[in-house]
Design a protein around this ligand. Structure first.
Ligand code: SF4
Length: 364
C-alpha cells in the first residue's frame, strides 16, 4: 500500500489514538507552521483530558520582598538591597495587605513568591505562614518555588524534606511552579547561576509530592533556549509526572525582556509562537491535567485565545501583580471575578472557580 502521510498526519494519528508523542514529534510540531491544525489537535486533547471547565481562582499575590541574592539575567523584579526599588514586608505590612485583599468576600487563595532575601532566616518565612494560617484561616496558601525552597535549605542547614515538612505543618497547601525556567544547566549557568540547578528544582518537586504537597511546573521560553531545549524541558517534566503524579498545572511563560539584563538582545516572542507553544505543551504533557494561560504575561486577548489552543486554566484575579509588571507586562495588574467569568463564557466554556488544589468551589 502506498502511503503519503506527512509528519503532521502521523502526529494526528497518534493523538487520535491517545498515544504519547515522542521528542521527534515535539520537534516536528515546532517546525510546522500549521498553527490552526496544531491548535485543533491541542483542543481535542484538552477536551479529552479536562472537559469544558476553565479553572480560575480569586487570589492575591504576596511578594514578601524583591531583594534577591540570585539576580537572574531574565528578571526585572529581583534587586540588590541597596537598590532604591528594594522593599521587604514586615509582619504588619503582610497582615495589612492580606486584610485589604480579604475585603473581597470571595478571596480564597494566596500565592506567595518572593526574592531570595539576603538576611531573613528561614524561621521568618515559617512565622509568616503561621500568622497567615491563624489570622486568615479561610485562605488557601500556595507558597514558595523550588528555588526558594532550595535557598531555605541552604540558609537553615536543613534538608529539603525538613524545610518542606516545616512549611506544610505551618500551613502551606500547594506550591507554585516558578523557577523551573528551562531545566537545563547550560541555560541556567548563563542566565541564573546563583539559584537552584535543574536537578535541585526537580528534587524539591519530588520531595514535595512525596509529602503530599501538589506543585505547579512552568517553562520560561523565548530567551536563549533552543527549540530542542524546550522539547527536552517538557519531556523532563512529563517524566517527573510519570514518577510522582504531583504536578497540578503547567504554565508556559513567554519571556518579557523589558527592564532585564537581556533587554537589548532578545525580542518579545510573537503571538504565533505563544499559541503554538501553548498547543505543543498541551500535546506533549499528556499526563498533566491543567495547562494555564497566564493572562498577566500573555495579555488578556491572547490568554482568551489560548483557551482554544489547549489551555483550561486562566489563573486568577491576582489583586496586584508585581513580578511581571516590573518586566514591562502591559496587562492589567488585577481583574475582577466578573471579568474572568465573562472572558471564559465568551469562549463557550464553563467557568469553574477553584482553590489552590483545584477543588471546585462553584461553576457558572
Ligand atoms: S527570578 Fe527569582 S531568584 Fe531570580 S532574580 Fe528574580 S526573584 Fe530572584
Amino acid at each position: 500500500m502506498v502511503t503519503n502521510l506527512n509528519t503532521l498526519d502521523l502526529i494526528e494519528a497518534k493523538v487520535l489514538k491517545g498515544e504519547r508523542l515522542s521528542k521527534e514529534d515535539g520537534l516536528n510540531l515546532f517546525a510546522s507552521n500549521d498553527l490552526a491544525r496544531i491548535g485543533y489537535l491541542a483542543d481535542l486533547v484538552r477536551k479529552r483530558i479536562s472537559g469544558d471547565y476553565v479553572y480560575y481562582n480569586v487570589n492575591c499575590h504576596l511578594n514578601l520582598t524583591n531583594m534577591c541574592t540570585a539576580l537572574c539575567d531574565f528578571c526585572a523584579f529581583g534587586c540588590e538591597e541597596t537598590d532604591k526599588r528594594a522593599y521587604a514586608m514586615t509582619m504588619d505590612d503582610i497582615r495589612a495587605k492580606v486584610k485589604r485583599a480579604c475585603l473581597d468576600p470571595n478571596m480564597k487563595n494566596l500565592h506567595i513568591v518572593s526574592g531570595l532575601h539576603p538576611h531573613w532566616p528561614f524561621s521568618y518565612y515559617v512565622d509568616v505562614i503561621k500568622m497567615l494560617k491563624k489570622e486568615f484561616p479561610q485562605l488557601h496558601l500556595k507558597g514558595f518555588t523550588g528555588v526558594e525552597i532550595t535557598h531555605f535549605a541552604k540558609i537553615s542547614g536543613k534538608s529539603i524534606r525538613e524545610v518542606l515538612q516545616e512549611l506544610k505543618d505551618a500551613g502551606i497547601e500547594a506550591m507554585p511552579g516558578g523557577g523551573a525556567e528551562i531545566l537545563n544547566d547550560r541555560i541556567r549557568n548563563k542566565l541564573c547561576p546563583n539559584k537552584a540547578t535543574a536537578s535541585e528544582w526537580l528534587e524539591v518537586s519530588r520531595v514535595a509530592h512525596s509529602l503530599g504537597i501538589k506543585t505547579n511546573a512552568s517553562m520560561l521560553y523565548g530567551h536563549i533556549e533552543t527549540i530542542e531545549e524546550r522539547v527536552d524541558h517538557l519531556i523532563t517534566l512529563r517524566n517527573l509526572q510519570d514518577e510522582t503524579g504531583g504536578i497540578q498545572t503547567f504554565i508556559c511563560f513567554p519571556f518579557h525582556p523589558a527592564n532585564t539584563k537581556l533587554g537589548q538582545s532578545v525580542q518579545r516572542t510573537s503571538v504565533w509562537d505563544d499559541l503554538k507553544t501553548m498547543a505543543i505543551c498541551r500535546l506533549m504533557l499528556d499526563n498533566i491535567h491543567n495547562i494555564k494561560a497566564y493572562w498577566v504575561m500573555l495579555t488578556l486577548p491572547i490568554a482568551q485565545l489560548a483557551l482554544g489552543f489547549g489551555a483550561n486554566d486562566i489563573d486568577g484575579t491576582i489583586s496586584e501583580e508585581k513580578i511581571m509588571h516590573d518586566a514591562g507586562a502591559n496587562s492589567p495588574k488585577a481583574l475582577t471575578r466578573d471579568n474572568l467569568i465573562t472572558l471564559i463564557k465568551q469562549t463557550g466554556r464553563i467557568p469553574a472557580e477553584c482553590d489552590c488544589n483545584f477543588n471546585i468551589i462553584r461553576t457558572f
